[in-house]
Design a binder for this molecule. Structure first.
Ligand SMILES: NC(=O)c1ccc[n+]([C@@H]2O[C@H](COP(=O)([O-])OP(=O)(O)OC[C@H]3O[C@@H](n4cnc5c(N)ncnc54)[C@H](OP(=O)(O)O)[C@@H]3O)[C@@H](O)[C@H]2O)c1
Length: 499
């Protein structure tokens, strides 16, 4: 098979394209026929031995691929040959085939083509995590994006706009900025000819920006920090200039602002549920057409070095992608929903249908995210009546107006808890079960109270399946999200018995 190889560390022109021996997956790996590979800044660093991961020579760059599974190792249960997938490989993607640990492989979202599949997770995943989880950006705030026409930068422009922020895009050419405008930027700064601080003062009427998304570092970083509004958030994302900024500590003090690190890869590993939730929300935005990757150019595998050279020379706007092979259109593989649903890592189909006899295979399976449900005063009243717990904080709307924070009554914790069963019916169906009993709870916590009229929804995962004499006990970890709140309304385990 053919591969673009880094045989000695250096710039893109030191890469060579060669035939290499066929790859064989180990027990916990899969072999992917690569259809496309995204070109990302770390590919440039890794071939120069400047990245945090240092594969042994020779290796192929390319950390984000899409393709079709050709073979699986004997321990891999949740993927199979012919599955259309995306994978975060770190390196190895500039090649016709790639072997990779199965837990780094995810189903290609339905409706997404291979080119987009190879360049979406990394950019949108990073920028959504940065804006949503780290900066917690709010509608009406101002967002300055440095390096705004790069891969992660353009995703930040688009997402910032969709999230209701006023986006100021800053980049090095007018051509780049015109694409940023198409993606929703309200103000443009060409930092190769305009002074960043002066322009920010003009645009914000001296107030400064609420959030800075910095993917470039270097000299612009301190100027941006000096241009922040009170209680602003400065997101440290990357250093494409090659210069890690050293900030004077008096600046965050004077601005009352925060400097926040963003490390999407670590976030996805440490907080898989939140990452899953983010993917699900991003897929929703893609499906509705609110966000769409800007593809600068599709290169052939043999031109992999050229693609990296273009990235290095700041020519790329949005994403460069390597197309591997001469496939003309999307190969149609059979679409077997029951198989899709066995893919544990990032399944979002709703409801997940599991056969009773196959329940044990689904240990660790993530569930989709339910629809939103409004917790109304009527529901709270009925619950209070049924449980004879009619404390005024729940039912006295007039008194709550003056005495409760936010002027609203709050739902009983047990009411939100009991709604877990309703959400579970939406998210999980055990086919062939004649009886199911939601019979127990474990580790229940209520981090935030739910005010009447607010919306909740639930996601979760099958934490364990225990076989009983004539049925199964399923432990389902539940997270009930409260709209507009960082902390969930309920976290705990629901224990369901099915026969
Ligand atoms: N923290 C995380 O979790 C995370 C995740 C993904 C990526 N990153 C980092 O984010 C940065 C951007 O990644 P990317 O894939 O979006 O890169 P990219 O597509 O190459 O975009 C980077 C932008 O940086 C600007 N730039 C300024 N000086 C540059 C230079 N000397 N060489 C190249 N570009 C330069 C360019 O815009 P102008 O020409 O307009 O200045 C370019 O558009 C990288 O440092 C990457 O490692 C971090």
């Amino acid at each position: 098979m053919k591969a673009v190889l880094c045989k000695s560390f250096g710039l893109p022109d030191s890469l060579v394209t060669e035939d290499v021996p066929a790859l064989i997956p180990q027990a916990d790996e899969v072999l992917i026929n690569v259809y496309a590979c995204g070109v990302n800044f770390p590919d440039l660093l890794i071939i120069q031995n400047k990245y945090q991961f240092k594969p042994a020579l020779p290796f192929s760059p390319g950390g984000e691929v899409s393709g079709i599974i050709a073979a699986i190792g004997e321990k891999v249960k949740h993927l199979k040959a012919d599955d259309r997938v995306v994978a975060l490989s770190g390196w190895g993607g500039f090649a016709e085939q790639l072997v990779i640990k199965a837990n780094r492989v995810f189903p290609l979202p339905r409706g997404m083509d291979f080119i987009n599949g190879a360049c979406t997770l990394y950019t949108y995943g990073t920028s959504y995590h940065a804006l949503k989880d780290r900066a917690q950006i709010k509608a009406g705030e101002t967002l300055l994006v440095l390096g705004a026409a790069g891969g992660v930068g353009l995703a930040a422009v688009e997402l910032g706009h969709v999230m209701g922020a006023t986006v100021i895009a800053a980049a090095s050419t007018d051509e780049k900025l015109s694409i940023c405008k198409e993606k929703g930027a309200s103000h443009l700064i060409n930092y190769s000819k305009e002074d960043l601080r002066t322009r920010i003062k003009e645009i914000t009427n001296e107030k400064g920006v609420d959030v800075v998304y910095d993917a470039v570092g270097g000299k612009l970083a301190e100027q941006a920090l000096r241009s922040m509004a009170w209680k602003g958030r400065y997101l440290v994302v990357g250093f494409t200039t090659g210069e890690i900024p050293q900030f004077p500590a008096n600046l965050p003090l004077l601005k009352g602002c925060s400097i926040m690190g963003v490390f999407w890869g670590s976030f996805a590993e440490r907080e898989p549920q939140q990452s899953l939730q983010n993917f699900s929300e991003l897929q929703g935005l893609m499906k509705s057409g609110k966000i769409k990757q800007h593809i600068y150019k599709v290169y052939a595998l043999e031109d992999g070095a050229q693609a990296l050279s273009d990235l290095m020379n700041r020519k790329v706007i949005g994403k460069a992608v390597i197309k591997v092979g001469d496939w003309k259109e999307e190969p149609q593989v059979k679409n077997d929903p029951s198989t899709d649903q066995q893919i544990k890592s990032h399944t979002i189909t709703k409801p997940l249908k599991i056969k009773l006899s196959e329940l044990k295979k689904y240990n660790g399976q993530s569930l989709a995210v339910s629809d939103w449900l409004t917790v109304t005063q009527e529901m709270i009243n009925e619950f209070a009546h049924a449980t004879q717990d009619e404390q005024w904080i729940h039912v006295d709307v007039e008194r709550a107006k003056t005495q409760m924070p936010g002027g609203k009554t709050i739902a009983h914790g047990y009411l939100t808890l009991s709604l877990a069963a309703k959400f579970l019916f939406e998210l999980l169906q055990v086919e062939g079960a004649t009886t199911s009993i939601n019979y127990g709870l474990n580790k229940a916590r209520f981090p935030v109270s739910v005010k009447s009229g607010s919306r909740i929804r639930m996601t979760g995962k099958i934490a364990n399946v225990e076989e009983m004499n004539s049925g199964y006990k399923i432990f389902i970890e539940c997270i009930m999200e409260l709209e507009g709140e960082e902390k969930p309304a309920y976290v705990g385990e629901v224990i369901t018995v099915v026969y």
